[in-house]
Design a protein around this ligand. Sequence first.
Ligand code: PLP
Length: 215
Amino acid sequence: MNLKDNFNQIKSQLPSHVKLIAVSKTKPVELIQEAFDSGQMEFGENYVQELCDKVSFLPLEIRWHFIGHLQSNKVKYIAPFVSLIHGVDSIKLLKEINKQAEKNNRIIDCLLQIHIASEETKFGFNKNEISSLISSGILQELKYVRIIGFMGMASNTENKDQIRSEFKQLKSVASEYPQFPELSMGMSSDYTLAVEEGSTMIRIGSLLFGSRNYS
Ligand SMILES: *Cc1c(COP(=O)(O)O)cnc(C)c1O
C-alpha cells in the first residue's frame, strides 16, 4: 500500500471546497506521521483515550478532529487541543465544551449532529430540535463554542438511492442555516455521493489506511 497514492487518488477527485479528514482511529502513530509528512494536516479520531495517547507523539501542527460520540465527562481531556468536534448531539455536551474551552482560554469549533429519521444511529438532533436550539439563544450565551456547521451519517446500507436521499435530507436541514456553512458527511463507502449532495468535509479511514482490525 502506498499511502501517498491513496491520498492523491482521493484528493484529485475532490472539489476544492471539500476538506479531507483522514480518520486514523486504531492506526499507529507511525502511519499518521507518514501521512502528515506527505502533506495531510487534518486527522479524525473517535476515542478520547486513544486520541490523547497519540497526540504527544505527533507534530503540534496536526489539526485533530473528534468525530466519535463524545461523553461530557471526557471533554476536558481534548479541550486543550482539539480543532473541531463533529458530533455534538446534546445541549449538555455543548455546555460542557463551553466550560472546558473557557478553562483553556480558547474557542472550540463544533458541528451539530443531525439525526434523520431513516438513519440507524441514535445520536443527534432532529430537524425540529435543531430549529429550537438555534432560535433559543443558547448558542449566543456559549461564548467559548463556535458552531460552524453540521455533521451527519447515512445508514449503513448498500442501497445507493437511500444513501443519496439521506444526504439530501441532511443538506436540506443544513442549508436552512447558511450562517453555519460546513457540512461533514461522507465516509469511505459513500463519499462520492456525499460530495455530490453538498458535503464540505469527508471523513475517510479505510480507503486511506486500509481496513481496521479491532482485535
Ligand atoms: C470510522 C469513522 C469514519 C471513517 O470510516 P471509513 O469507512 O473507514 O472511511 C468516518 N466517520 C465516523 C463517524 C467514523 O466513526
